[in-house]
Design a protein around this ligand. Structure first.
Ligand SMILES: C[S@@+](CC[C@H](N)C(=O)[O-])C[C@H]1O[C@@H](n2cnc3c(N)ncnc32)[C@H](O)[C@@H]1O
Length: 202
């Protein structure tokens, strides 16, 4: 007999099979009996840490070409190591309007990624309080979902704000670059801001 804390059959099996917790076998049993997750399912896992159900759910999705996805959330910090935003507004053809909307979408991605650390960036891009933001800004009390060392990619429609957007994020990351991919149509104003390696919180 195994009490709580004693390595039992399921604990040892989880270790052998590479699951992060024995709870994997609970979802495996649910799957075996009810087959809820099928190829191409989209799954939301509430209370996902440490991630054993995520592992089982991902294994149950079938081949990536079927388009399945698993998203987990938890009170415990997990964070993402890469955040990609290819968000783009519905283009109206009014260049300044489209560019401003793309900056708004870019800021939403930055806010999600960096949380509190993004506040100064938004103020400067919107022309407020420029004097209070220092180029040596570092990530403080970051409550965003991008992990330290993580990378952020944001699509923008190029305008006079693009360089400012890039300049204000630069101090928060080890490296930042602007890229116009070869696959971008020549008529498009899109450009990608690639921010690499989020600096440590202070
Ligand atoms: C039993 S564990 C889940 C184990 C997970 N299914 C697995 O297989 O790895 C319960 C989780 O619920 C999370 N949790 C509790 N309350 C929560 C809340 N209000 N929002 C998000 N997560 C929560 C806890 O942080 C904990 O990680």
């Amino acid at each position: 007999m195994s009490g709580a804390g004693a390595p039992d059959f399921f604990y040892r099996e989880a270790q052998r099979l590479g699951y992060v917790a024995r709870s994997a076998f609970k979802l495996l049993q649910i799957q075996n009996q009810f087959k809820l997750i099928t190829s191409g399912s989209s799954v939301l896992d509430l209370g996902c840490a440490p991630g054993a159900w995520l592992q089982v759910a991902c294994q149950s999705l079938g081949p990536p070409r079927n388009g399945g996805s698993v998203l987990g959330i938890d009170l415990k910090e997990k964070g993402f190591s890469v955040i990609l935003s290819d968000m783009c507004p519905l283009v109206s053809g009014i260049t300044t309007r489209d560019a401003a909307l793309s900056v708004e979408l870019g800021m939403q991605a930055v806010n999600l990624a960096l949380g509190e650390a993004a506040l100064g960036v938004g103020d400067v891009i919107h022309g407020k309080d420029n004097d209070n933001v220092d180029d040596s800004t570092s990530v403080s009390d970051c409550d965003g979902v991008l992990r330290q060392g993580g990378h952020l990619v944001i699509k923008l429609l190029e305008s006079e704000d693009t360089q400012e957007f890039s300049r204000m994020l630069k101090p928060l990351f080890r490296k930042s670059s602007l890229l116009r991919p070869k696959a971008t149509r020549s008529s498009s104003r899109e450009i990608y801001l690639i921010c690499q390696s989020l600096k440590a919180r202070t």
